[in-house]
Design a protein around this ligand. Sequence first.
Ligand code: ZN
Ligand code: ZN
Ligand code: ZN
Length: 324
Amino acid sequence: MSDKTPVGEVRPSQLLWTYGPGALIDLPNLSVVTLGIDRWEKERCTPIKEARLLSAVRRVLGAQVDSLRMPPFRVSENMGKRTAEDYIGVPVRPFPRWLRCVKCGLLSEYDIGLFKLKESYHRPESTRFVHKDCKGSRGDQPARDADAVPARFLVACRNGHLDDFPWHYFVHRGTSDCKGTLRFFESGASLQTENLWIKCDGCGAARNMAHAFGRLGQENLPACRGRHAHLDTYDEKCEEDARAVLLGATNSWFPVTLSALAIPLADDPVTQLLTDDWESFEDLESVDEVKPTVRLLQKKGLLPGIERYTADEIWNAIEKKRSG
Ligand SMILES: [Zn+2]
Ligand SMILES: [Zn+2]
Ligand SMILES: [Zn+2]
């Protein structure tokens, strides 16, 4: 996929509640995963100045959190022909990586050359993949581009790992050297898993998709690889079973939320800071203990801003606060 192809639009609130990093977004023609915030364009994400919320987030996630930021917005309101530069957004990537040609059933990764991306800058939601020069399932039809859609099977585990369905392994009943082209086909009228099949053109192996679910699935699927699809990382070891899931069948992503209402409680900022983390200061017995306390907070990344005040200023504020 080219560096920047708009594929759809989501609202900022949807990014918070539904489509955060690691979530799958099931678009009309594509399925994508929201990439981790290390891939977002930081300079386009306006910082949010909320010291208390930042402290609270650090308490949960750790001191490495250096700022809170807004999601990036599209800046160009150019109503003419849009180009990639007119789009500012959140990075996503096709996931699952496997696509299926609706005409011939070809099943393959989107990025190994058999499928072509058809971009639509005017209507991002129309962006889709096609199977180049598809000749139909028997290979006897005139070559013509045919639409490709996401292969709607994935594997997931209880530890939150998400991976492509192991198509090669599954149809060959284990690891195999066969490099045959895989195809997906249907038998029967309805799209129940019992009527869905995968076949290898190379060796003729075929398998019914029902074998990927339930007890059979536990026997027929490989161990979880510990994949974090949105981060390009693999956890070293995962003991949970990898289970087959259907795209859109489960809500596999849940946000962790912290809220803050920004209401100033004190008139002067140093008293406000003390109020925000009174636990750290209430037991101090002398002005000499102020500096070490501040240093400790800084080390933990807590109470940003307190370092701007002298020990005397902080001590005075402590005494004032104690006397009510
Ligand atoms: Zn095709
Ligand atoms: Zn084969
Ligand atoms: Zn796992």
